[in-house]
Design a protein around this ligand. Structure first.
Ligand SMILES: C[S@@+](CC[C@H](N)C(=O)[O-])C[C@H]1O[C@@H](n2cnc3c(N)ncnc32)[C@H](O)[C@@H]1O
Length: 234
């Protein structure tokens, strides 16, 4: 195991929601609207994942994407810093009979990919957990896990509103979440903004490029969400 210097970020101390708490994990899985099996299956198809590929899912959560990727026959590596999440995902994978997912208790900054370089790295709704300096470190580590021309897909709460509008934009996001009422509350999102590390798309884009990725698609689906499809270009 790599030993990290004393100044290295301790990613086991998660900001925001406590995903080591089994009750919170249950709630999270129940409230899922962005990571349903149907949506994850569509993403697997869109990315073109097949039995020939290897896939790393960082911050795999309750396992919906990893399971759908595994259904193609691909070799899947599901990584999460929360043992509770991993156990939950493992049980789900067992229930549906997938045997081609390896689970790792590790994170963006500590996972050591021992296999050959992957064809795909995917991370959804998890990177915001790291402060920006460490997001850059995570991108460099992701690039090292991927083969040349490999695909990196990132989706997260990422801001595209003009910085001068930050107050109105954040207030509108929280109001909208509270009224749409899909299990999340205004308090959950207030905590997200206050304690987690979502940042602007132009910062993320600069980091991705500096880490050696070509951004093939950047979709700002809403002022507070974005997705990037990238190729490791060097
Ligand atoms: C909001 S959930 C998203 C889960 C899943 N990717 C999805 O789309 O539903 C965030 C996940 O990231 C995990 N996580 C938090 N910090 C992490 C880190 N430093 N490295 C890897 N995973 C982390 C949490 O345990 C949790 O499972």
């Amino acid at each position: 195991m790599t030993s990290f210097p004393a100044w290295y970020y301790d990613e086991s101390k998660m900001a925001g929601v406590d995903f080591e708490d089994a009750a919170q994990v249950e709630v999270y899985d129940r409230n899922q609207t962005s990571s349903t099996p149907e949506k994850e299956q569509a993403l697997v198809t869109r990315l073109g994942i097949t039995a020939e590929h290897s896939v790393i899912d960082l911050g795999a959560g309750t396992g919906n994407f990893a399971i759908q990727a595994a259904f193609t026959g691909a070799c899947v590596h599901a990584v999460d810093i929360s043992q509770t999440m991993l156990t939950y995902a493992q049980r789900k994978a067992q229930k549906v009979g997938t045997t081609n997912i390896k689970f790792y208790h590790a994170g963006f900054l500590s996972y050591e990919h021992q296999d050959k370089q992957a064809d795909f790295v995917v991370t959804k709704n998890a990177l915001h957990i790291l402060p920006d300096f460490w997001k850059m470190t995570a991108f460099l580590r992701i690039a090292a896990m991927l083969k040349l021309k490999g695909v990196f897909y990132l989706r997260d709460a990422i801001y595209s509103f003009p910085p001068t509008d930050y107050e109105a934009s954040i207030n509108q996001w929280i109001r909208q979440v509270a009224t749409e009422g899909e299990g999340w509350t205004a308090r959950d999102f207030e905590m997200h903004v206050r304690e987690e590390h979502s940042t602007y798309g132009w910062i993320i884009e600069g980091m991705l490029t500096r880490a050696g990725f070509e951004i093939v698609e950047a979709n700002y689906n809403a002022p507070t969400y974005a997705e990037y499809l990238c190729i490791k270009s060097r």
